[in-house]
Design a protein around this ligand. Structure first.
Ligand SMILES: [Fe+2]
Length: 230
């Protein structure tokens, strides 16, 4: 697959990536029940393992696709407070995108995504990246919102996802799940202020559906990696 990708144009590679991600997402979501489990597992393995290989670059250093999880050193408490406030203010203009709401173009989010500490952190971990100027507030604040297993387009090759608020009535809660190739799924319950930095273009991921009385606000910064094929 890596060999094949070297002969493809950027657009062809993006199409192949799209087909592989649809295959992986479809199988994980249970849309391939008509074929045997053996074949299904094989198809899932091939599609998931091909995605990072197709894109190569710094992804090989991160077999789970996860670069960092925790309280990010590149975001100050003050910045988190500002982002939280701006996220609340932007809710009224957020637009529905599939099964969640998105507000883009907010100035504080954009400024934070372009800050020197973020650039330095990414430079030390994954190497040089190009900010795509994509900084979105995400809202899962009605019952039944979520996002099915998918991989992102190259504006979010690398995603810094930060939890701003997660309210729930207790019991079952929506969670973020990553499906790294050939490994068990990894479940995240991000705490407010915690970030996950991961290769969203090559590791299948999803957010399970929100339940009654649950409300989630996140901010997501997108970057494009410069090494490798992408
Ligand atoms: Fe995503």
């Amino acid at each position: 697959m890596s060999q094949l990708s070297t002969g493809l144009t950027a657009a062809e590679r993006e199409n192949l990536k799209f087909l592989l991600s649809m295959a992986a997402g479809g199988i994980i979501s249970g849309h391939a029940q008509g074929i045997s489990k053996e074949l299904r597992d094989k198809a899932l393995g091939v599609s998931q393992q091909s995605l990072p290989k197709l894109l190569a670059g710094p992804r090989e250093k991160y077999p789970t696709g996860i670069v960092f999880h925790g309280r990010a050193p590149f975001l100050s408490d003050e910045q988190l407070t500002t982002l939280d406030q701006e996220s609340r203010e932007c809710r009224s203009r957020a637009e529905r995108f599939m099964d969640h709401y998105v507000a883009s173009g907010a100035p504080a989010a954009r400024e934070a995504s372009l800050s020197e500490p973020v650039r330095a952190f990414l430079g030390e971990t994954v190497g040089a990246v190009a900010p795509t100027r994509r900084a979105n507030y995400l809202y899962y604040d009605e019952p039944g919102l979520g996002i099915d297993p998918h991989v992102d387009k190259d504006e979010f090759s690398l995603n810094i996802l930060t939890m701003l608020e997660h309210r729930s009535g207790g019991g079952q809660r929506s969670e973020l799940i990553l499906h790294p190739p050939g490994q068990d799924a990894i479940h995240f319950h991000l705490q407010p202020g915690e970030s996950l930095v991961f290769f969203a273009d090559s590791v299948t991921h999803q957010r399970t559906r929100t339940v009654a009385d649950e409300s989630i606000r996140l901010v997501s910064f997108g970057y494009r990696t410069l090494e490798g094929n992408s």
